[in-house]
Ligand binder design. Structure first.
Ligand SMILES: NC(=O)c1ccc[n+]([C@@H]2O[C@H](COP(=O)([O-])OP(=O)(O)OC[C@H]3O[C@@H](n4cnc5c(N)ncnc54)[C@H](O)[C@@H]3O)[C@@H](O)[C@H]2O)c1
Ligand SMILES: CC(C)[C@H](C(=O)O)[C@@H](O)C(=O)O
Ligand SMILES: [Mg+2]
Length: 356
């Protein structure tokens, strides 16, 4: 028996999670996984219910689980709160408390969606990038941080900080991932300006000696943002910090056609958390329009990384390929004039494509 904690969250979160749940339930039943799934509150939903974006009960639920599935958090209803009190803080605290320092965000091209990419097909056809984003450090968590009034003037600051151990452990993850792929690792930093990322570059370079089969290169983040659009297939594994990884992974999602296609795994020493990279999409929430495939592909990542079930991870990924082959599209991945299906119908279609 494995325990799965499920946090639907806000906005489209409950819709995409419900669609992914259809797939998870079907796999559980067919593969005899004997999963015990329990829902919890995080983000705005938790703020509303318990005045805390990560109530203690939710944290305990996650800590007791073998794996966590999360939809998305946040939305305009909570936008006036200061960052430290917002729904997003629930997600950040969950990541930090579970020590999920390694965020894997694969950006793969689905050949069926080449026409959905804003880039020319010949530029994106061979794209297969793994963004390895550090997830528990950087300017997200650095102290001190404050918003204050000084000499009658409002000012605010955050602190970007990494120590060498934090850099080393995420770099090991990236080097190992590269060894299992095309052996090209590009570390992205801003070492020409920032002390933090100068240390980042030093530590990553030191580690390269342990991975002689991996070709390591370094790139400044501004150039990387540009190269991702100019010639994205040059990248294999992209290693970067929390902030740059957040931005570059949203950018990379566009190569695939939609942010609704990018799953993620957040890993540490223990349980993993699985979530799409996108947010709560308030503009389409509650309309059965959201693409659940990123969440469904995150379930595949959970089967692979937390449940040790590679065959079923691949079956879910193949089922996603099949629905795309069949021409089934949510609005975000539909070409002009193409028929569109809703979130829930897409979930059912993936279950059908599993051919159980
Ligand atoms: N992991 C998370 O929980 C997470 C991630 C990013 C943003 N957020 C939060 O979500 C809220 C909205 O943020 P935002 O608008 O900047 O980013 P967003 O990712 O929610 O949406 C950006 C755009 O992408 C579209 N989109 C996102 N997911 C989609 C899907 N599955 N299918 C189809 N279209 C999709 C949206 O409709 C929107 O047009 C904010 O409160 C933000 O903090 C949460
Ligand atoms: C909601 C926010 C805290 C989060 C982040 O910045 O990590 C999101 O953008 C993501 O990419 O998961
Ligand atoms: Mg983000």
């Amino acid at each position: 028996m494995k325990k799965i904690a499920i946090f639907p969250g806000d906005g489209i979160g409950p819709e995409i999670v419900d669609a992914a749940r259809l797939v998870l339930d079907a796999v559980d039943h067919a593969a005899g996984l004997n999963l015990q799934c329990t829902d919890g509150l995080v983000g705005g939903a938790a703020l509303d219910a318990a005045d805390d974006p990560l109530p203690e009960a939710s944290l305990q639920l996650a800590m007791a689980a073998d794996a966590v599935i999360l939809g998305a958090v946040g939305g305009p209803r909570w936008d006036d709160l200061p960052p430290a009190k917002r729904p997003e803080q629930g997600l950040l605290r969950l990541r930090k408390n579970l020590d999920l320092f390694a965020n894997l965000r694969p950006a793969q091209i689905f050949p069926q969606l080449l026409s959905a990419s804003p880039l020319r097909p010949e530029l994106v056809r061979d794209v297969d990038i793994l963004v390895v984003r550090e997830l528990t450090g950087d300017i997200y968590f650095g102290q001190p941080r404050a918003a204050e009034v000084l000499d009658g003037k409002r000012r605010a600051y955050n602190t970007m900080v990494y120590d060498e151990d934090e850099i080393r452990r995420i770099a090991h993850v990236a080097f190992k991932a590269a060894q299992g792929r095309r052996k090209q690792l590009c570390s992205v930093d801003k070492a020409n300006v920032l002390e933090t990322t100068r240390l980042w570059r030093e530590v990553v370079t030191e580690l390269a000696a342990e991975y002689p089969d991996v070709h390591l290169s370094h790139m400044y983040v501004d150039n990387a943002a540009m190269q991702l659009i100019r010639a994205p297939s040059q990248f294999d594994v992209l290693l970067t910090g929390n902030m740059f990884g957040d931005i570059l992974s949203d950018e990379a999602s566009q190569l695939t056609g939609s942010i609704g296609m990018l799953p993620s795994a957040s890993l540490g020493e223990g349980r993993g958390m699985y979530e799409p990279i996108h947010g709560s999409a308030p503009d389409i929430a509650g309309q059965d329009k959201a693409n659940p495939l990123a969440t469904i592909l995150s379930v595949a990542m959970m089967l692979r990384h937390s449940l040790g079930n590679e065959p079923w991870a691949q079956r879910v990924e193949m089922a996603v390929q099949k629905v795309l082959d069949e021409g089934l599209r949510t609005a975000d991945i539909a070409a002009a004039g193409e028929a569109v299906i809703g979130t829930r119908a897409m979930g059912h279609a993936v279950v059908k494509a599993l051919q159980l």
